[in-house]
Ligand binder design. Structure first.
Ligand code: C2O
Ligand code: CU
Length: 456
């Protein structure tokens, strides 16, 4: 399956061979299309929605709603999205976290021409993985995502586990002005110099007072997405019977406790929630990323009669490789993350001293990797700010933070690198193409913290 590696007859080090075999055991290298095509029409356009506390909010929306439509398909089905741009700007749709053919990745000028106002573009692909993914523009994303353009893509397992319900919470953070409309200046000096645009209103599914009503006995799969431009949240599920079963769409080797999981912009977690208690006071799920100012995310209200949910084991993926020996392999590349004055916005965020000059300019790849090889990469944050680093088209294991081994039993597509921190990751690229790597604090990305990883 890895033609280039096979044809070149290169001898891979035994560790790399083992890593690849383990990876194959965990995740399919090829999509397995069943031949069913699921077609959706998506239109991006400015509109008004009674969003935050029922007030008319001027947004840019997919199909007139924020969050955008929830696309739900089964593993093996082919997704076809006929997308029309009715925005006053060019745009694209990027399918965050989905392993797909490079031409469908939605990166302007790199994988497709931007979709001009009035134009249509068809995205079509068969995801290789089941899980919780999302989609958003990759043009002026700090403005377009903030204005309301994002939606969830759920790829269900061929045989979904028998939860009583599957619920999605899309978290967003809005910066509103004194007229309670979206603050109309983007990429401000303040936001660029800090951790991006942190707002003054946090919503779940577009509401400041989202309530999930459950009946005693129910067992729910709760999928959380952080669609904020900059805000990191750490949802507190204490007092609930909660387990993390998936991160960034992928099942864990075994479920873990959700306490203080840092959900950075772009991250998803799927939580397995069991309700054996009786009805009572609403349970508040708060964000404790900054413990001194917990923010309400949503409430859970237990009410009604007991329902009977048959017991079943939490879904897991036994073959997530440990890659413990990965720390012995020398790192292939160290990315240095930093900032400097200058550039069109006054501050530039850099990777290895380079600021991405905008998608419309030619860029050299920041790194070239070979398909099917095992790599260890390091991020050194030379700045004091947060950088949730996201890779397109592949996912990776976290190996260490500040040199201390971390044994997360799962893959990710986005990892939060804290101020001055060093983070080691490992990956095996599976798909040939030119894939973006960038900070998912969208202001940092727009100010240059993006690069391409070429996989050949
Ligand atoms: Cu959700 Cu290039 O990112
Ligand atoms: Cu950043």
């Amino acid at each position: 399956l890895f033609h280039s590696a096979c044809q070149s007859g290169e001898k891979k080090p035994p560790q790399a061979e083992r890593a690849l075999r383990e990876f194959e055991g965990a995740y399919p290298l090829e999509a397995r299309p069943l031949g069913t095509v699921r077609t959706f029409d998506i239109v991006a356009e400015p509109t008004e929605v009674p969003l935050i506390d029922g007030q008319a909010l001027r947004v840019w929306a997919y199909n007139g709603q924020v969050p955008g439509p929830q696309l739900r398909i089964r593993l093996g089905e082919t997704l076809r999205v006929r997308f029309t741009n009715r925005l006053p700007q060019e745009t694209t749709i990027h399918w965050h976290g989905v392993r797909l053919p490079n031409a469908m990745d939605g990166v302007p000028h790199a994988t497709q021409k931007p979709v001009q106002p009035g134009e249509t573009f068809v995205y079509e692909f068969t995801p290789k993985d089941a899980g919780t993914f999302w989609f958003h523009p990759h043009v002026r994303s700090s403005e377009q995502v903030e204005r309301g353009l994002y939606g969830v893509l759920i790829v269900e397992d061929a045989e979904p586990p028998p939860y009583s319900r599957d619920v999605v919470w899309v978290i967003d953070d809005w910066l509103l002005d004194e007229t309670r409309q979206i603050f109309p200046r983007f990429n401000t000096r303040h936001d660029l110099a800090h951790d991006g645009r942190w707002g003054n209103v946090i919503t779940v599914n577009g509401r400041t007072d989202e309530v999930l009503r459950v009946r005693p006995g129910e067992r729910i799969r709760l999928r959380l997405l952080n669609a904020s431009n900059g805000r990191v949240v750490a949802p507190d599920f204490s007092g609930l019977q909660a387990k993390v079963i998936a991160v960034d769409g992928m099942y864990l080797r075994e479920p873990i406790d959700p306490s203080r999981f840092e959900l950075a912009p772009g991250n998803r977690v799927d939580i397995d929630l069991t309700f054996n208690q009786l009805s009572g006071e609403p349970l508040r799920v708060v964000d404790r990323f900054y413990a001194r100012q917990p923010n309400l995310l949503a409430s859970i209200l237990l009410e009604g009669d007991l329902v009977d949910t048959p017991a079943f084991a939490s879904p897991a993926r036994a073959h997530v490789p440990a890659w413990k020996e990965g720390l012995q392999v020398p790192e292939h590349h160290t990315f240095r993350l930093n900032a400097r004055g200058g550039g069109p916005l006054g501050i530039e965020w850099t990777i290895d001293g380079k600021a991405f000059a905008g998608h419309e300019h030619a860029h050299e790849a920041g790194l070239t990797l070979k398909q099917g090889q095992f790599y260890r990469l390091r991020y050194v944050n030379e700045s004091a700010r947060l950088h949730p680093i996201h890779l397109h088209g592949m996912f990776f294991r976290l190996l260490a933070r500040d040199g201390v081994p971390v044994n997360e039993p799962f893959f990710r597509d986005t990892v939060l690198v804290h101020g001055r921190e060093e983070v080691d990751i490992a990956l095996v690229p599976t798909d040939v193409g030119s894939w973006m790597m960038h900070c998912h604090i969208l202001e940092h990305a727009e100010a240059g913290m993006m690069t391409m990883i070429d996989v050949e």
